[in-house]
Write a protein of this length. Sequence first.
Length: 395
Amino acid sequence: MNRPSRVEHPYDIVLFGATGFVGTLTAEYLAAHAPDGLRWAVAGRSRDRLERLRERLVGAGRAAEVGVLEADVSDPVSLRALAGHARVLATTVGPYLTYGEELVAACADAGTDYLDLSGEPEFVDLMYVRHDTRARETGARLVHACGFDSIPHDLGAYFTVAQLPEGVPLTVDGFVRAEGMFSGGTFASALNQFSRGPRMLAAARDRRRHEPRLLGRRATAPAGAPRYAGEVGAWALPLPTIDPQVVVRSARALERYGPDFRYRHYAAVRRLPFAVGGVAAAGAVFAAAQLPPARRWLSGRLQPGDGPSAERRAKSWFSVRFVGEGGGQRVFTEVAGGDPGYDETAKMFAESALSLAFDDLPATAGQVTTAVAMGDALIERLRKAGITFRVAAGR
Ligand SMILES: NC(=O)c1ccc[n+]([C@@H]2O[C@H](COP(=O)([O-])OP(=O)(O)OC[C@H]3O[C@@H](n4cnc5c(N)ncnc54)[C@H](OP(=O)(O)O)[C@@H]3O)[C@@H](O)[C@H]2O)c1
């Protein structure tokens, strides 16, 4: 393993896609919270837009110095150069299935730590099959889903497990409540993934063939069934996002999750009509995504770069309640914060990049989850940044 040193690389962190919606919020967060001496750069395909962003950050006195690097996903040489400039490369350039692979490959080859905001299961599975081995050889940590997908759920399950006895079978249920709006980039990524059901399943099967078997332990994420969950006072609807997959990967990697770990992931809805309406709306978007004309019409509703206003984001929030059980104990925990998709995602993304760059972390390499790569150090950072992780009272 040959981790890049500060001497060999001009930048600690390079933020690619810095001129997009979440990219700009992440750049603003880094500028406002960068530790002294952070060497970082914004990267993207338009030098003009990057220079304007830099002027705004530096001009507002929010950053002493920020580099500017030009790169385009259609130019693999520019991506290789980008990977060679950074110890940690954080990219918001999505949909990742469309734009992401070359940069993962470049980072795996260069031994550069890579993080993204992908909530696209097919992309994450393909990257495991194609680039995990190379990243392990070079020491690169490839950490996907470093935003609302999947940090509150991955670190929330990790935090819940830490409250339960060791060495016994454990079950954790996560109940997500949130209010917020989509950006154009998120909507495009979701539509793209919805339209690729069979390819997503094929990538998951291929991954299972490549993953080493878990010997003597079990970690599963059954879908669960819709039910009234008295323990959180809400209707619970199974939520088939990437989050339960990420939680199970953490459980597979970390002995602390015990010999037999089960995680179920739900949307929690207080009133039954909202639960029925939510399922119908999700089903309608999923069905429309299967038909190219309907998909084109839907994707035209929100353009890349569009996203909720600061006022709208200020009213948005999320709360994930966890109920953990094992060894005769039951524990209730919560992870909560503000606008999930953008303000808090930018915070989680930037803090993950800083954690990979500067924290004293366990030795890991290859495709790793946020809990495995950063665990307690990232929880500590997010708490300081205003995201709640707490043991809650039961109902
Ligand atoms: N994990 C989560 O919870 C979470 C939350 C929010 C968003 N996301 C994901 O994050 C991603 C970005 O979302 P967003 O709303 O910020 O999208 P966006 O505003 O459309 O930004 C996309 C970025 O990609 C850049 N880009 C596009 N084509 C490129 C190319 N050929 N070469 C280089 N850069 C290129 C764009 O550059 P220009 O600025 O030059 O156009 C822009 O910076 C999406 O995949 C979304 O699903 C995830």
